[in-house]
Design a protein around this ligand. Structure first.
Ligand code: XUL
Ligand code: CO
Length: 441
């Protein structure tokens, strides 16, 4: 077995370096200086940027109306073992040239799905050995692994929530193999995204029974991984819909409630995706805040949606204002617990040059870096935090403080209200807050 492939897939592109915002080199970072320290930590360590294997090395630009537009050199061999190695070579070359250290994968990104479970197991174990060798010769690590339990037609009614037991068992086998692969590659975390865990119609769905099955499925998956020595964190990745009409992990609050109901809150945290947040009618920062409130802000899938349509467009992040608002929450809550920032984003169907994937990731990394640096400046050198705190000053002393200290009951509130003559209207200063963000960008 060759240790490292000989083919250079991204010819003519050298390692991407930080050159600063005055640089006119499109293949350089303008804001992302990996070693730059913000709030006591390097940008590299804050973000742990990861490349999504599925979009960047498996995506071909297809859409429901047309076939592949992106024909990449690593996608040539008809031998599934050679094809998997070529893809791994391209992935490692790309990640290394980007100067990133992580990738995320589904089982069937690393290999093409075969006809039988046995065939999949053989292919996975073959590519795991190959990737392990490549890891020894590089800095490339696994941020998280996962199982694709949504593409195969057998999962049309769900995987862990399928009403047919044998299909649930098949999903279990798949998750076992994906966990084995993640553990063998020293993966830091493991994700469950329930693409088809939900329902199309309540007319034919026993929701309670399906949720119990899902709770049990996550419990036995976690128990198995722990028995194999996995020390990392499990993440639930919420999404309200698509492909299922209603997904059980609708949003962060729902997922946290579910985890607590099934006793999984000590092992699981949340992986928040920007476009999933907006699909759930929330902002990204709302979802970050809900997770952080419960100490469950685990990881981020970075991308963005499109304001003119309502589905999961998975575009690369570029909205500096919105990302800055999100980074305020990120910094205030002490960052991510175990995870990183995975670019779960795809270049557009008509982006067909070999350098497009570089521009996409450079833009995404620069967007997050610039937003974090800006948020840190807002927190350290403006009166933002003071204004924020001031809104709640009535709870800092006196009766407000007594209330927070659980010293007042409902009758106390009744008596206080009877004595109060005038109510102060205190401005929320929203426009001022918005201007502060803009001023520091
Ligand atoms: C789908 C999505 C997935 C998960 C992993 O919208 O985000 O790629 O991140 O299964
Ligand atoms: Co995702």
């Amino acid at each position: 077995m060759a240790i490292i492939g000989n083919t250079e897939y991204f010819k003519g592109i050298r390692e991407i370096k930080f050159e600063g915002k005055e640089s006119d080199n499109p293949l350089a970072f303008k804001y992302y200086n990996p070693d730059f320290v913000v709030a006591g930590k390097s940008l590299k360590d804050h973000f742990k940027f990861a490349v999504a294997y599925w979009h960047s090395f498996c995506g071909k630009g297809t859409d429901p109306f047309g076939s592949a537009t992106q024909k990449f050199l690593w996608d040539k061999s008809s031998d599934p073992f050679q094809a998997a190695k070529d893809k791994a070579d391209a992935a490692f070359e790309f990640i290394t040239k980007m100067g990133f250290e992580y990738f995320c994968f589904h089982d069937y990104d690393l290999i093409q799905e075969g006809n039988t479970l046995k065939e999949n197991e053989e292919r996975l174990s073959y590519i795991t050995d190959y990737i392990k060798l490549k890891q020894q010769n590089s800095n490339v690590k696994v941020l998280w692994g996962t199982a694709n339990c949504f593409s195969n037609p057998i999962y049309m009614n769900g995987a862990a929530t399928n009403p047919e037991f044998n299909i649930l068992a098949r999903a279990g086998a798949q998750v076992k193999l994906a966990l084995d692969t993640t553990i063998a590659l020293d993966g830091q975390n493991y994700v469950f995204w329930g693409g088809r865990e939900g329902y199309m119609s309540l007319l034919n769905t026993d929701m309670k029974r399906e949720l119990d099955h899902l709770g049990r499925f996550l419990t036995i998956s976690k128990d198995y991984a722990r028995s194999q020595g996995f020390k990392g964190t499990f993440f639930i990745e919420p999404k309200p819909m698509e492909p299922t009409k209603h997904q059980y992990d609708f949003d962060t609050a729902t997922a946290i409630g579910f985890l607590k109901e099934y006793g999984l809150e000590d092992d699981f945290k949340i992986n928040i995706e920007v476009n999933h947040s907006t699909l759930a009618q929330h902002t990204f920062q709302h979802e970050l805040c809900v997770a952080a409130n419960s100490g469950m802000l685990g990881s981020i899938d970075a991308n963005r949606g499109d304001y003119q349509n309502g589905w999961d467009t998975d575009q690369f992040p570029n909205n500096i204002y919105e990302t800055t608002e999100a980074m305020l929450v990120f910094l205030n809550s002490g960052g991510l617990k175990g995870g990183g920032v995975n670019f779960d984003a795809k270049i557009r169907r008509n982006s067909t040059d070999i350098d497009d994937i570089f521009h996409a990731h450079i833009g995404g990394a620069d967007n997050f870096a610039r937003a974090l640096i800006t948020a840190d400046k807002i927190l350290s050198s403006s009166n933002y935090s003071e204004l924020f705190k001031k809104r709640y000053q009535s709870f800092d002393t006196g009766l407000g403080k007594d209330y927070e200290n659980k010293k007042l009951n409902l009758i106390d509130l009744y008596n206080i209200a009877n004595k109060t003559k005038n109510y102060k209207l205190i401005s929320g200063k929203q426009e001022l807050f918005e201007n502060i963000v803009n001023q520091f960008i």
